[in-house]
Design a protein around this ligand. Structure first.
Ligand code: NAP
Length: 286
C-alpha cells in the first residue's frame, strides 16, 4: 500500500512498459518491509529535463534512466561518478540530499555477472558487437577483468572510433582496442581468438536474425553473452547453444545492475535473492 510517507524511486524511459526493474525493486522493498516503492514513467526526450528536476522536487530517492536517455542524463545532473563520465552515460540519478548524482551500474553489473559465472578473461581477446552505451559498459567490464584485447565490431565505424577514444582514457592496465566491421564476424581469424563474444546490440529482437557469424570457428569454451534477455534463447545465442558453447543472456546483468542501483538509492544492501526470484519468475525461469 502506498501512503503519504511512502518514498519513491522509479525508471524513466521511452518506451518503458517492458521494463522488469519495477518488479525487481518492489520485490526488494517487500522483502525488507520498507515503505518504499518503485514506479515506471514513460518520459519523452522533451520532458527529460523536467522529469529529472522532479526527482528533488518530489523528494524521490533516485531513478534509473534507460533508452534513449542515458547519454543526456549525464548533462542534467550536478555531480557525476568517474565511471559515468568515462562511459558518457548514466543509468542512475541519485537524490543525495537535494543534489543529483549520476552514476552508471551497467559495467559493474555485467562484471559481477561474468565473474559469478567463473569467466577468466585475463590477457584474453573479447569481441564486443555494438558501440553504444551497452557496448561501452561491456568493454569496460572486460578491461577491468584484465582482457588483453577488446575487438569492437560495429555497423557504424565512426561510433566505434568514438568508443575506442573514450576507452583509451582507461589506463589501468595494458590492453588494446581494435575496430572491425560486421562482415568480419565471418572471418575465422578474428573469431577463433575470442574467449568471449558479447552482443551489445538489439539485433535479433526486431528481425529475429543476427548478422552472419562463424560460430564453428570459435574455441569450444568461448562464451557467448547477449545483453538482450527474453524468455527463449535469443537469435544470437541459439547457434552457439546448438554447438554446445557456454551461453548467457543479459538477465544476470540486469539483476546485478539493479541490485547496485538499489544500494545507491536506498543506502542498504540489496536483497539480491528476492530480486532474482521476481525477475526469473517474470522470465519464466522460476
Ligand atoms: P544504443 O546505445 O542505442 O546502441 C545500439 C548499438 O546497436 C549500436 O552500436 C548500433 O549500431 C547497434 N545496432 C542497432 N541496430 C542495429 C542493426 N539493425 N544492425 C546492426 N547494428 C545495430 O543501445 P544500448 O543502450 O547500447 O543497448 C544495446 C542493447 O543492450 C539493447 O538491446 C539493450 O536493451 C541491451 N542492454 C541490456 C542491459 C542489461 O542489463 N541486460 C543493459 C544495457 C543494455 P550503430 O552504431 O551502427 O547505430
Amino acid at each position: 500500500m502506498l501512503g503519504a510517507a511512502t518514498r519513491l524511486s522509479a525508471i524513466f524511459g521511452d518506451p518503458v512498459e517492458h521494463s522488469l526493474s519495477p518488479l525487481m525493486h518492489n520485490a526488494a522493498y517487500a522483502a525488507l518491509g520498507l515503505d518504499r516503492a518503485y514506479a515506471a514513467f514513460r518520459v519523452s526526450a522533451r520532458s527529460l529535463g523536467a522529469a529529472i528536476r522532479a526527482i528533488t522536487a518530489l523528494e524521490m530517492l533516485g531513478v534509473n534512466v534507460t533508452v534513449p536517455h542515458k547519454e543526456r542524463a549525464v548533462r542534467l545532473v550536478a555531480r557525476l561518478s568517474a565511471e559515468a563520465r568515462l562511459l558518457g552515460a548514466a543509468n542512475c540519478v541519485v537524490n543525495r540530499a537535494g543534489v543529483l548524482y549520476g552514476d552508471n551500474t551497467d559495467a559493474r553489473g555485467l562484471e559481477a555477472d561474468l565473474r559469478s559465472q567463473g569467466l577468466d578473461l585475463a590477457g584474453k581477446t573479447v569481441i564486443v558487437v555494438g558501440a553504444g552505451g551497452g557496448a561501452a559498459a561491456a568493454a569496460l567490464a572486460c578491461l577491468r577483468m584484465g582482457a588483453g584485447r577488446v575487438a569492437i565490431v560495429n555497423r557504424t565505424s565512426r561510433r566505434a572510433l568514438r568508443l575506442k577514444r573514450r576507452l583509451a582514457r582507461w589506463k589501468a592496465a595494458p590492453h588494446s582496442i581494435t575496430l572491425h566491421s560486421l562482415p568480419e564476424l565471418v572471418e575465422p581469424d578474428l573469431i577463433a581468438e575470442a574467449a568471449a563474444v558479447i552482443n551489445a546490440t538489439p539485433m535479433g529482437l526486431v528481425s529475429d536474425k543476427f548478422v552472419p557469424l562463424v560460430y564453428e570457428a570459435t574455441a569450444k569454451d568461448c562464451v557467448f553473452y547477449d545483453l538482450v534477455y527474453q524468455r527463449a534463447p535469443t537469435p544470437f545465442l541459439q547457434p552457439a547453444l546448438e554447438l554446445g558453447r557456454p551461453v548467457a543472456d543479459g538477465a544476470g546483468m540486469l539483476l546485478q545492475q539493479g541490485a547496485l542501483a538499489f544500494e545507491l538509492f536506498n543506502e542498504i544492501a540489496a536483497p539480491v535473492e528476492a530480486m532474482q526470484e521476481a525477475l526469473y519468475r517474470a522470465l519464466g525461469r522460476a
